[in-house]
Design a binder for this molecule. Structure first.
Ligand SMILES: [Zn+2]
Length: 121
């Protein structure tokens, strides 16, 4: 079983590092802490450091923000970082699918959930 907790992942992000997990069962790379691999169910997950720059895999604009977020029309994206895909928020309006982006800080909500921010490189 992996020792990567959500807290450790969040603390690393606050230090400007993105952690992921490499699956020993199927070679998948996970971009957020999981207790088991979503692809093969293996619990042989090793904590790894992910690159902090990559490309936008998919993005969407949220026009009805979730409770706690005041800003309307913000963009969320799945960013391909090496072999992992990480969900984050785009803070640069000129970013689209395929754009090169890099880690650019984070948000923390009232429950301590941290979301990475990405912007164009
Ligand atoms: Zn796996």
């Amino acid at each position: 079983m992996s020792d990567l907790t959500h807290r450790a992942w969040s603390e690393a992000l606050e230090d400007g590092e993105l952690l992921g997990q490499a699956c020993g069962g199927c070679d998948a790379t996970l971009g957020a802490p999981k207790a088991a691999c979503p692809h093969c169910g293996s619990r042989e997950l090793e904590t790894i450091e992910l690159p902090t720059s990559g490309t936008v895999y998919t993005e969407t604009t949220i026009n009805v923000p979730p409770i706690g977020i005041d800003q309307r029309g913000y963009q969320v994206a799945v960013v391909q970082l090496g072999d992992a895909r990480v969900l984050g928020r785009l803070v640069d309006q000129d970013v689209g699918i395929g754009s090169r982006v890099g880690l650019a800080g984070f948000d923390e909500d009232d429950d301590g959930y941290v979301t990475p921010h990405f912007k164009a490189e």
